[in-house]
Design a protein around this ligand. Sequence first.
Ligand code: 1BO
Length: 272
Amino acid sequence: MLFVEANGAKIPSLGLGTWELSGRTCARVVEQALRLGYRHIDTAQVYENEREVGDALRASGVRRDDVFVTTKVWTNHFAPHDLERSVKESLARLRLPFVDLVLLHWPNSHVPLAETMGALAHAKQMGLTRHIGVSNFTVALVEEAVALSPEPLVCDQVEYHPYLDQAKVRAVCDQRGLALVAYSPIAKGRIKTDQTLVEIGRAHRKTPAQVCLRWLVQQNVAAIPRTSRVERLSENIEIFDFELSDDEMSRIAGLAHPRGRLTDFGFAPKWD
Ligand code: 1BO
């Protein structure tokens, strides 16, 4: 397993995303992932599966210190006291004394960012989390968050895959020492029949999804693919035994197009 190092955090390059996984399926997939060697699990208050993630963590028998656990605070809890209470409630559902990373799930322009960043930093200072960061933040918002945060930020988690150019947000993360964590890294399965990825995969005896995930980790990006299928868990983690050439990396980057974004909401920021 490779790691992305960022402002003191060591984030496993490949993790399991749990968005839209719930109940027994979530617990089963998380436990299987940990047994297969995953050491990075990503959840969120709004996914309503923190309880199952915590249960699976204990059932797996993997040492807590060996797993990097991320959760996120939803936007309606960004006022300082709400944020602290929300993180504590997440920990109670996970049944953990602290997590490795707490993120602001999406920007919320209705609460002053200075207040939210202060509260997030305070959660770290209280020992509720080892690290803090943001998600779905644009270049300008990353700059603002970094400037306002009393504690270093370790990541911006954003949608990123070959169909979505994220060069600008990657650049600001690099400059500010933040890791980029990619959600929907295989474009919700849309890459599976992509002829460029099929062709590159053939040369390495890998699937398009493996090529796609390798392309991300080779950029020093952490990827958190979600799946509910055990065979996909194995497929997604077998990406550390081959390397893409510079030419292959560029060909994959060339797949980006202006309508590549898959996750958007009315409350989303104005994207870069
Ligand atoms: C609404 C959730 C988006 C990805 O975390």
